[in-house]
Design a protein around this ligand. Sequence first.
Ligand SMILES: O=C(O)[C@H]1NCC[C@@H]1O
Length: 347
Amino acid sequence: MAGSSSYWVESEDWHTAGEPFRIVQDIPPGFMPEVQTVNERREKIIQVENHPLDGLRKFLSHEPRGHADMYGGFISPPNDSGAHFGVLFWHKDGFSTACGHGTIALGYWAVSKGLVDAPENGAVDVVIDVPSGRVVATVAVKYGKSIHADFVNVPTYQIAKGLSVAIPSRDANVSVDLAFGGAVFASVNAAQLGLQVRPENANEFIKLQREIKASLGDKATYGSNKLYAMLFFEEENNGQEETGLIIQKSVNVYGDGQIDRSPCGSGTCGRMAILLAEGRLQGENSRLLHHSIIGTTFEAKIVTTSQSPVSDFPACVVRVRGQAFLVAQTRFFINLEDPLSPGFVLR
Ligand SMILES: O=C(O)[C@H]1NCC[C@@H]1O
């Protein structure tokens, strides 16, 4: 039976704006569910107890092979011939539906592996089926080298505004906005908490994310999507907003207390949808320079707007530009006899 003995698995590790993305292309035989779509594959893995791909996820994301903030993807067949490939995103708590930083890394990866026909100078679209739909990484290439990639997400829109949410440890409430862009994102202005988005406050943000998430409960569920991530943002006043340039810094705490080193690609789309609904994005030159907790940057622009399923809030397709870098090529031994298997995390 698949997954009953130890085996080796190869990965290629990238980072996008500091956030890890571990790519596994060769999935052990018999592990990938034989269903039509990437989303069905994700659901099957979640439904089946002790699914071998869930076991591999734990081995690769938990220590000693990973860490509490590890992220990666299993390459899967696409839904149909319209995409180059599919991907199952994963992290220490499970399989996610959307991941912008991973999509950017996959764009670079696909070009480096020759999976797409990239020009010496120009751009190439890498079309990827993910659980939330079909996304694109448009990779810009100069003298044969990838220089940046644009993650073009599924349509994103705000779904709730100004929810008053209790923080019991502070005996206070905060105002929370929600957006949907392939996953549910909460947005919290960090100024309400008297906290700056800085690495030394990471543990406090983790604590607050857990508390706010618990207080939100089902109020943050949209269709079959539960709350995925929470962006604590702050304004970086640059005096150029009237020219269409908005600068913000966010720490994204996703899953159960995981800190995103990047500004979060899909969460950046959520921030853009909220800025659009607030009337702060005017004209096609409007941009968000979105900094992360470690000071890396994504730059976001709206590609198109449309009507959303939630009245009062417009939908937008956003493109998020970022850079990815190769870190390692690794061969892991998935040792089922190791008493620490599949691994451990400290938070
Ligand atoms: O960029 C993103 O969208 C992802 N980064 C970690 C959590 C999110 O899925």
